[in-house]
Design a protein around this ligand. Structure first.
Ligand SMILES: CC(C)(COP(=O)(O)OP(=O)(O)OC[C@H]1O[C@@H](n2cnc3c(N)ncnc32)[C@H](O)[C@@H]1OP(=O)(O)O)[C@@H](O)C(=O)NCCC(=O)NCCS
Length: 409
């Protein structure tokens, strides 16, 4: 429904009506704030973090260096990176009482719910949450980046009936996560691939979860509340939850002989092909080719190419169908091939979205700090959009309140 109201009189009101015209479209096309952290050029399939193309970072950087970049507006020197890594390693140990609290939860709890619940518990170990200096927030960001992997891995251990594994200081961020998840020394190639995945997922401008983080802390709530909101938003199947839905689709289709037929009937019945399409990219998501290559390489290494082959079959059949419908912009997104890669890495289906959070916590915390300190705008601003009331209306006096016993229904 169009936002222009009937009773526009002044020039000012007309101007405002023009601004609020974009509604009921999920804020598509609405620029809500400035940011210096990352940029998505959806028309040309370009993603940059602090000026650097994602391809360049995926090929050359590490998660630790990328997290530094997102937080500091430039790449670190060797010494700065060393110090940053040290701080992350020192902060890795999740406080015992967080795990004790998780041990009381039903084992069937969804890992994203557990992660979302654990973050405010983590806040209680923070000390002075009223300290809102930049230094205090940066220290919080480091603790969150360092501990989210430990929480995700720890919950996997707890629900399996074993104890969380203590972090290993000699391992990289990605390798340590795999170590804490399995209790086994990770394969070096798989750890390096996971590191690249974390780089690819670390930030993505004002996506739904990042916006949730920023909106929450615009009230001056502390960083942990924003991060918990981010986890909640990420859990949805139209956002981070899509990777697990892709894997579910692949598992269901493992014996399907007629993929084009399945794609046709899926679309004809109005259902979605998970992992395809994007709210901003109108061409190939620049992260997808890395994951596709990784999928085939890991698949060959582990003699499990079938998931990548099946994904490619779905991609080709769906692209053909979408093109035939004139929907030429729907292409694989970051989740399409990452699902198979996670599966090949032995990551359980319902931990795929939490692994996304392990990466995105770097971006979320950078955005939270940018929002709190108005680093990209003149001064902090509380998000407070307008809505148009389209419900019952009985005039300015309001509807007549009938006592309970006199209502006819
Ligand atoms: C991500 C997503 C929500 C973006 O939605 P959007 O901004 O509305 O996308 P578009 O405007 O490009 O969609 C245009 C049309 O294509 C359809 N479409 C988009 N993605 C589709 C998909 N994966 N499968 C089937 N149809 C799809 C939409 O339903 C819409 O159809 P309509 O015009 O007949 O109503 C959507 O592509 C989607 O649901 N994808 C699957 C979930 C997913 O992978 N999410 C992870 C995103 S990183």
């Amino acid at each position: 429904m169009d936002g222009a109201t009937e009773a526009i009189t002044s020039e000012g009101e007309k101007k405002q009506a023009a601004v609020v015209r974009l509604k009921n479209v999920g804020l598509r096309g609405v620029t809500v704030a400035d940011t210096k952290i990352s940029h998505v050029d959806g028309e040309n399939g370009i993603l940059i973090y602090r000026g650097f193309r994602i391809e360049e970072l995926a090929r050359n950087s590490t998660f630790e260096e990328t997290a530094y970049l997102l937080h500091h507006d430039r790449l670190p020197t060797e010494e700065e990176l060393g110090e940053f890594k040290e701080k992350l390693i020192e902060a890795r140990q999740v406080p015992r009482f967080v795990f004790d609290a998780l041990k009381n939860l039903p084992k069937a709890s969804l890992p994203m719910d557990v992660l979302q619940a654990a973050i405010p518990i983590l806040a209680t170990a923070d000390g002075d949450l009223k300290d809102e200096t930049r230094e205090a927030n940066m220290a919080r960001a480091i603790r969150l980046i360092a501990r989210v992997p430990g929480i995700v891995a720890g919950w996997q251990r707890i629900r399996e009936g074993s104890e969380p594994v203590a972090p290993e200081a000699a391992l990289s961020h990605a390798a340590n996560f795999l170590w804490q998840l399995t209790g086994r020394q990770p394969d070096a190639e798989i750890a390096r691939d996971l590191d690249t995945i974390l780089v690819l997922h670390a930030d993505h401008s004002f996506n739904a979860s990042t916006f949730a983080c920023r909106e929450v802390v615009s009230t001056q709530a502390h960083m942990y509340t924003g991060a918990a909101a981010g986890v909640g938003a990420l859990s949805g199947s139209l956002h981070g939850g899509a990777n697990a839905r892709v894997m579910k689709m692949l598992l269901e289709l493992r014996d399907e002989l007629d993929i084009p037929g399945w794609v046709k009937s899926q679309l004809a019945s109005g259902r979605k092909i998970m992992g395809m399409g994007h709210a901003v990219y109108k061409t190939m998501d620049p992260r997808a080719p890395f994951l596709k290559d990784m999928c085939f390489r890991l698949g060959t290494k582990l003699h499990e190419e079938r998931w990548c082959r099946l994904s490619t079959q779905i991609e080709e059949a769906a692209t053909k169908e979408f093109n035939a419908q004139g929907k030429t912009t729907i292409r694989p997104n970051v989740d399409f091939y990452s699902a198979s890669v996670y599966h090949l890495m032995g990551i359980p289906l319902d931990l795929m979205t939490p692994v996304f959070a392990v990466a995105r916590i770097a971006g979320w915390t950078a955005h939270i700090i940018e929002e709190k300190f108005a680093d990209a705008q003149e001064k902090p601003a509380l998000y407070r959009p307008l809505s148009e009331y389209v419900g019952h209306y009985c005039g300015k006096t309001g509807c007549v309140y009938e006592p309970l016993g006199e209502r006819k229904g």
